[in-house]
Ligand binder design. Structure first.
Ligand SMILES: *Cc1c(COP(=O)(O)O)cnc(C)c1O
Length: 232
């Protein structure tokens, strides 16, 4: 089943690239494996998947210990400052940096471990009260500040679009994030090249690709529905 679903997602990514005149190599698929047991991740690994997305620190570190070391772990969830130390030297990228306080915690822990952490700035384009992420107006000053941190490399922007029946409804959100990255790059800030756009999930990743996504985060489309009950 996993093989079929991966093939299906791969096909849709390919089609979206063709439709929008992009190279398939411009788009990276992140397999969002949160809540799924390590055996399933191993199965995906055996099918060639090397990039996994997780949104809980403890779950990520447990899976990190158990699975092959050439996996790239992307942290995509809300991150508490006191938990940064557990993941800074384990993740390939943190997608969800949305406060100076968090950036400072990452800088401090990365300095201790002598590593450089690649990050994306989470932007709340949809302006949803319930969502994390900084507002569009705050992004530029935020990046200007964080770009001075020695152990952080700002590589792009991330957004979580709302769940909608028709993915077309999210197109303006994706195009706004894209435009924002263009505007920021025009400022030529030292140490900053906002080239990654992490946007699009199972419901809307094709539209996101058409609007310039370079990372799509697909969970349900690959692994099936998540069971959040305790005895899952
Ligand atoms: C869970 C999650 C996803 C994947 O969602 P699906 O709809 O299952 O594809 C993507 N991004 C983030 C930040 C998530 O938390």
């Amino acid at each position: 089943m996993l093989r079929e679903q991966l093939t299906y997602v791969e096909e849709k990514i390919n089609n979206a690239c063709i439709k929008s005149g992009r190279n398939r190599e411009e788009v990276t698929l992140i397999a969002v494996s949160k809540t799924k047991p390590t055996e399933i991740l191993q199965e995906a690994y055996n099918l060639g998947i090397r990039i996994f997305g997780e949104n809980k620190v403890q779950e990520l570190t447990q899976k990190y210990e158990l699975l092959p070391k050439d996996i790239q772990w992307h942290f995509i969830g809300h991150l508490q400052t006191n938990k940064v130390k557990y993941i800074v030297d384990k993740v390939a990228m943190i997608h969800s940096v949305d406060s100076i306080k968090l950036a400072e915690a990452i800088e401090k822990e990365a300095a201790k471990k002598d590593c450089i952490v690649r990050i994306l700035v989470e932007v709340n384009v949809a302006q949803e009260e319930s969502k994390f992420g900084i507002s569009e107006e705050e992004v530029l000053p935020f990046i200007e500040k964080v770009s001075k941190f020695k152990h952080i490399k700002v590589e792009g922007l991330m957004t979580i679009a709302p769940f909608v029946e028709n993915p077309e409804e999210n197109r303006p959100i994706f195009s706004k994030l894209h435009q924002l990255s263009v505007d920021i790059n025009e400022k030529n800030i030292d140490n900053v090249n906002v080239s990654i756009l992490s946007m699009g999930m199972t419901n809307d990743y094709e539209v996101a690709i058409e609007e310039g996504a370079t990372f799509v985060r697909v969970g349900t489309g690959i692994f099936g529905h998540r069971n959040y009950s305790k005895n899952a």
